[in-house]
Design a protein around this ligand. Sequence first.
Ligand code: UDP
Length: 478
Amino acid sequence: MVSDAAKLSIFFFPFVGGGHLIPMIDLARLFSTHGVKSTILAIPNGAAVFHNSINRDRTLGLDIHLHTLQLPSALPDQPPHAVTAADMSASPFTDTSVLQQPLVDILRRCRPDCVVTDTFHRWAADAVDGVGIPGVIFNGNCCFARCCEDSVTRDWPHEKVGSDSEPFALEGLPDRIELTRSQLPVFVRTRTEFPGKSMRAEHNSFGQVVNSFYELEPAYVEYYRNQMGKKAWLIGPVSLCNRNVADKAERGQKAAIDEHSCLNWLNSKKPNSVLFVSFGSLARMHPTQLIELAHGLEASNCFFIWAVGKILESENGENWLPDGFEQRMIESNRGLIIKGWAPQLLILEHVAVGGFMTHCGWNSTLESVCAGVKMITWPLSAEQFYNEKLVTDVLKIGVRVGSVEWASWNMERKMVVGRDKVEAAVKKLMGGSVEAEMMTRRAKELAEKAKSAVEEGGSSWNDVEALIGELKSCWKQK
Ligand code: UDP
């Protein structure tokens, strides 16, 4: 046990949406296993879902706490996207600035040694800086994606090609990475700054924590640190701190299926025979696309669990699945359809799961790596097209479905990925070819490396210790 006098106190201020909230909670839990007093600053109604795992950690003797920031009672004219509660599918543009005063108040009162803020609280790093406490930034993606974005926004190669579909190479990176203009975020294509991004905050911060591990992307970690000059600690994969079934089953929010039904279904299948299909917490697919996906899955003859998330407005209401599809899948025991939140970690780690059709959100990608599961990549927005390149071209643990159009998470796409492409990708990944076996082998090797990284003496373990050491050295300067 570390004595209180020698203990660092770190506050963690997660963003409200699933893809950012979930890893930050894990991050706080991870630091508490290193002897830090971790306090998670939650917004009203946002903490309840994590209570159970935090309480379990506390019964194990970890020094971890939740503090709920109180919203001011009179909320003057709030912008339309202002935050009022945590929501797994909250937009990255949710305005959280109403929390600024409550944050500053608690920092002045408690004066922790460090505050880790999510980059989507666009105002928060400056606020932490203003109080004179070291701030560390968490922005939720990997070094590879940041190197790609740096290269694109330095050379603007997409402006030198003749069409949206003509490939171009990214200059200066350790591997040859090709993209098309249609795969780039709209704000990159139009040379506009990502809305509200605070460069000053990043500049003034103590550094950044990255949810990745050195052995996954060594050349890009070096590039990020040395070419781009970023001070980064690679401390992941943070999801590996979920060690028991209960933590894995209720991560983020309560699942729409009970864990026993899900595990029973998986237990009835052979190892590596099931494809898990999910597009994260935020993305909304159009019914036209979902119908193609359903037909492709059915034609592939593969077992699958499909977590159907949010759906874009449909004139047909709920009747967007092909006629009789659901019934056929139940009768043949071929597919399990989860309408709503799935216990993703639990599913991915099951021995029956051999593939993951994913939108390449960074958490999902890394969770798949940790589980040793190869992927079908179906990027949609954010930095997901970069992540696809890491999975397919660098790590070689996935096949592309053929998604080529970047669009915002809530926009209808012009291009639909047809059922033939879905069927072909599923057969390629799950059909037992030598190429697919090689992908499985590589994925399993990476999973072992991920586990070693977070064990005592591993690269991520050492980076957590290094950050703790640097923060403690600030004590001496006080
Ligand atoms: N997730 C989950 N169940 C779901 C959907 C998502 O547990 O039904 C979790 C998933 O395990 C991951 C996070 O939500 O930790 C999604 O993050 P990611 O970066 O993959 O995508 P985003 O939701 O940010 O697009």
